[in-house]
Design a protein around this ligand. Structure first.
Ligand code: GDG
Length: 472
């Protein structure tokens, strides 16, 4: 079995032997794959240093996994991370052209950091290693590695939506981005819709030709594209939720509900998640349903994220004000309709809270997959499950046929779906739950890892040709 190298923007370096600080499903699955293959996890430490250039790596071994992380300087963080990755690529991939900032300075910083990462990583690579790069921060990494002679198989997984050609082509360097993607051997996307959009970008914009079966030839290199929908650590999560009732936060929440129905939403504070539209829909639901007044509580858990990006700071203010307005309008001395929590809750407590939920609201305006949708369902009590209300614009909607699918831009329809979820008879709730769980268990995050890595290693007989640099 080839050794595995995982590259991601942030690396969850274990704090003590065997314990990973950010033990989310993805981190756990990648760590398991690294353990199975033996390997290296490379990326940004998350720290900002005062050094002028990225020039050294902190390397630590835990068992058969080596963690190699670099600090970035202030300018790199501003241009590569907060700038091009999160103010251009993120909004663009989420169809938010109104929020996309095409600063030339940030673009240059993005390519510069990817080049520096490639230079730091290259000496650590052995000839037979499989390299797996994650997410939009690192699209040009393979072409930079090819440029300095790395011939290994390199895969890329894009966790967020792949936009249609008309959206991507608004980016001044979209050709360089496409050329960067074409330097990989396998491009993994979340859904078949993303694969369709990718084909449009490749063919309609004339960046390559299709060889059939999602193979492309572009800039003298052949590569394959595929849908690999990410899953959960389902079994672990189910168990965690089952034991959740013992968790003190869950106990306190259950007590404080006082027999009211709980509606729950969990999202990073991000404009792609449709939190504002969801609050409007909940408010409309309360307005339309006099019997729900005093009887339903909406808990929205929203840890802050990317506060250094101005659009996120603005949003924080906007959502807090909106929540205040709805609570002021409908609340009473003994009932607040919306509980809005801006802090991170432990994963165990989260699992228990989902299980208390009569309805889970997952209504992003656009989302690659959305793991919260899968977590909410996996956390339910099979005998008395809550109902998932899910946006048609989440990748998860391609799989989760037992959810009530809504258009989050349609306030009225989302409000109706909340009402339907809360009042759904138990047989219908069980039927919906049972239609989704087998898939969630079978296509879990370990299967996702395995399928992707099998595909990446399987094609090793395909020709690899050296790319010219994708840097502008
Ligand atoms: C990107 C793509 C794709 C949230 N609040 C807390 C907390 N969370 C956890 C959730 C979930 C994760 O964060 C969020 O995952 P999502 O998939 O919903 O969204 P993104 O962060 O935008 O992830 C997305 C994903 O990559 C994977 O490919 O699905 O489409 O955008 O696991 O539970 N976890 C804890 N406390 C919180 O307060 N412990």
């Amino acid at each position: 079995m080839a050794r595995l190298i995982v590259v991601s923007n942030r690396v969850p370096v274990p704090t003590t032997k065997g314990s990973t600080a950010a033990a989310g499903g993805l981190a756990v699955a990648l760590e398991a794959a690294l353990k199975a293959h033996g390997g290296l996890w490379f990326g940004w430490s998350g720290k900002t240093s005062s050094e002028r250039e990225i020039e050294w790596l902190e390397i630590r071994d835990f068992g058969n996994i080596t963690y190699a992380v670099a600090d970035l300087n202030r300018r790199d963080v501003d241009e590569y991370y907060a700038g091009f990755a999160n103010r251009a690529l993120w909004p663009l991939c989420h169809y938010r052209l109104d929020l996309t900032d095409f600063s030339r300075k940030d673009m240059a910083g993005y390519f510069r950091v990817n080049r520096s990462f490639a230079r730091l990583l290259a000496p650590l690579i052995r000839p037979t290693d499989l390299i797996w790069v994650h997410d939009y921060h690192l699209i040009p990494l393979a072409s930079e590695l090819r440029h300095i002679g790395v011939k290994n198989r390199i895969g890329y997984f894009h966790h967020i939506p792949w936009p249609p050609a008309d959206v991507l082509s608004t980016l001044p360097v979209h050709d360089t981005i496409m050329r960067g993607v074409a330097a990989y051997d396998l491009v993994g996307l979340q859904t078949d819709y993303d694969v369709e959009n990718f084909a449009g970008c490749m063919i309609r914009e004339g960046f390559g030709k299709s060889l059939g079966d999602n193979w492309y030839e572009s800039y003298g290199h052949r590569f394959q594209v595929g849908a690999f929908p990410i899953g959960l650590d389902t079994e672990v999560f189910e168990k965690m939720a089952e034991e959740g009732s013992k968790n003190p936060i869950v106990k306190r929440t259950a007590q404080s509900l006082n027999d009211r129905d709980l509606v729950i939403g969990v999202d990073r504070l991000d404009y792609s998640k449709g939190i504002g539209q969801r609050i409007e829909a909940f408010s409309r639901f309360i307005e339309m349903s006099p019997s729900a007044k005093g009887k339903v509580t909406f808990l929205q858990i929203t840890p802050k994220s990317r506060s250094e990006v101005p659009e996120y700071a603005d949003m924080q203010k906007e959502i807090a004000e909106l929540t205040g307005r709805v609570n002021g309008q409908f609340g009473d001395v003994d009932w607040v309709p919306i509980r809005y929590v801006n802090k991170t809750i432990s994963r165990a407590a989260l699992a228990g809270l989902y299980r208390l939920g009569r309805a889970g609201l997952v209504t992003p305006l656009r989302d690659g997959m959305n793991l919260v949708a899968k977590e909410f369902v996996a956390a339910q009590d099979p005998e008395n499950p809550g109902v998932l209300v899910l946006s048609r614009f989440a990748g998860a909607a391609r799989e989760m046929d037992g959810a009530l699918i809504v258009n989050p831009y349609d306030t009225e329809a989302t409000a109706n779906a909340i009402g339907r979820a809360i009042s759904m008879p138990i047989e219908a709730r069980r039927e919906r739950y049972n239609s989704m769980m087998p898939k969630l268990r079978e296509h879990d995050v370990a299967a996702w890892c395995r399928d992707y890595l099998d595909a990446l290693s399987r094609e090793s007989d395909q020709p690899l040709e050296t790319m010219r640099s994708a840097a502008p």
